[in-house]
Design a protein around this ligand. Structure first.
Ligand code: GDP
Length: 424
């Protein structure tokens, strides 16, 4: 059984907690794209975990976790994440963690490039997390990246490869941005320090996954960020640099010949967005503060306050479509408890015309939200465990959302903890 869990919106929908929940009984959990530029928050009996690179299945002892070839991996960050999990008593071993030999390494000069470019852009910056993700993906497509398999190169071959890379990189860093050159010796030291301990996790993960699929194991593909951040179908250029779409999961995981059996879309009961770019439904002032506080909307990776707004029907329906979602988890419904009436953006107005389609480019930048209100439920629902426990207005809101986006809601979450979930 091959299942993908993906974001429907701008990311931060609560995918981590849903993967944590749905990974029960799974044999393998795979991350297929992205790097440590986003965080999944998981709260369970072992504590609170912010996972940036590691698949969320790492918190389950029976699960093998794969970091796929579609990822870009900062080895220093990975070492830190493994160490912090071990401190909390979570086992991370070469048996339960595998890194694809084809995964691209995100090097310190990628972070530097990210910072230099955001600084150059000044008030036109993209709002990058500055973790080096876009420069690492760029180098992948320039065919000038190191991959995990390069950790096994002989010393001379690795030194030559890094010297050539730095010579090329310095055309931009030194001659373009006018910064101090990147030193090959520093890159080598870094690789030794943080690559050395990671070598034991590097494997031909494609072979492992094909074997698992043939043996009819349960494999979960864990997406990072959401549909609206996809490099092709998101709010370009305010997207991430990889494909967050379920259709890419088999490719980025390393098993392009396989087809998914099911895609579960994770969609939040309201909207949030980190960084720059068009966000049609954005609240401001007190309204934003209240929702941000109620939802704890601060970035898991960066601590940045998130932009927030009401549920966005055109964006969410579009997200469900590009993800090919078979069913949905509607998360954080409990956060709306404080609202007398629940605002929902049902359509956009663009150049005086009303549309329910999700536009791109200039049209999206010009879109104004058409907002309607649903009845508030004004009750703490965090203790509800079945649909019948929900107040009528909350149940009606779920059904309304389901109808407007055109995809069944199978799960509703009413709190961050593992058990705070309703199966509809
Ligand atoms: P992800 O990247 O999609 O996994 O999302 P994040 O982890 O960045 O953001 C989700 C945040 O919401 C985390 O702090 C979760 O603990 C929290 N969360 C998830 N589901 C719920 C829920 O149903 N209710 C509440 N109140 N918080 C939730």
């Amino acid at each position: 059984m091959l299942t993908a869990i993906v974001g429907i919106n701008w990311g931060d929908e609560g995918k981590g907690r849903m993967v944590d929940l749905l990974s029960e009984g799974c044999d393998v959990v795979v991350r297929y794209q992205g790097g440590n530029n986003a965080g999944h928050t998981v709260i369970n009996e072992k504590g609170r975990f912010a996972l940036n690179l590691l698949p969320s299945g790492i918190l389950r002892s029976q699960t093998v976790n794969v970091m796929g070839n579609g990822m870009v991996v900062d080895l220093e960050h990975l070492c830190g994440e493994i160490a912090s999990l071990r401190e909390k008593g979570v086992d991370v071993t070469p048996d339960n963690l595998k890194l694809s030999d084809k995964a691209v390494l995100c090097l310190p000069f990628h972070k530097l490039m990210d910072q230099l470019e955001e600084r150059r852009l000044a008030d036109k910056k993209y709002g990058s997390t500055q973790r080096g993700i876009a420069p690492a993906y760029s180098d992948k497509y320039m065919k000038k990246a190191l991959r995990a398999e390069d950790l096994f190169l002989g010393e001379n071959a690795l030194r030559d490869k890094i010297a050539a890379l730095c010579e090329w990189k310095n055309l931009t860093v030194q001659k373009g941005y006018g910064e101090k050159p990147v030193e090959p010796a520093a890159v080598l030291d870094w690789l030794e320090k943080y690559g050395g301990p990671i070598k034991e996790y590097v494997a031909d993960t494609s072979a492992l996954l094909y074997r698992a699929a043939r043996a009819r194991k349960r494999i979960l593909f864990e997406g990072q960020l959401g549909a609206l951040r996809d490099i092709d179908f998101g709010i370009y250029p305010y997207t991430t640099s990889s494909s967050t779409i379920a259709a890419y999961a088999p490719i980025g995981a390393g098993v392009p010949g396989l087809k998914l059996d099911k895609t579960v879309g994770i969609m939040k009961a309201y909207s949030s967005c980190v960084g720059e770019g068009p966000f049609t439904v954005e609240f401001s002032g007190k309204e934003a503060e209240l929702l941000r506080e109620a939802g704890g909307e601060y970035g898991a990776a960066t601590g940045r306050p998130r932009r927030v707004g009401p549920f966005d029907v055109p964006a969410s329906r579009y997200g469900c479509g590009v993800q090919g979602a078979d069913c949905l988890a509607l998360t954080k419904l409990d956060v709306l408890s404080y609202m007398d009436k629940i605002p929902v953006c049902t359509a956009y107005q663009i150049n005086g015309k009303i549309t329910t389609e999700f536009p791109s480019g200039e049209n999206l930048a010009k879109a104004k939200p058409i907002v309607e209100y649903r009845e508030g439920f004004k009750r703490d629902i965090s203790g509800c465990r079945k649909a019948a426990d929900l107040p009528k207005a909350a149940f009606d809101y779920v059904k309304y959302v389901e109808k407007t986006v055109g995809c069944p809601v199978k799960y509703v979450s009413v709190g961050p903890e593992r058990g705070q979930i309703i199966v509809m």
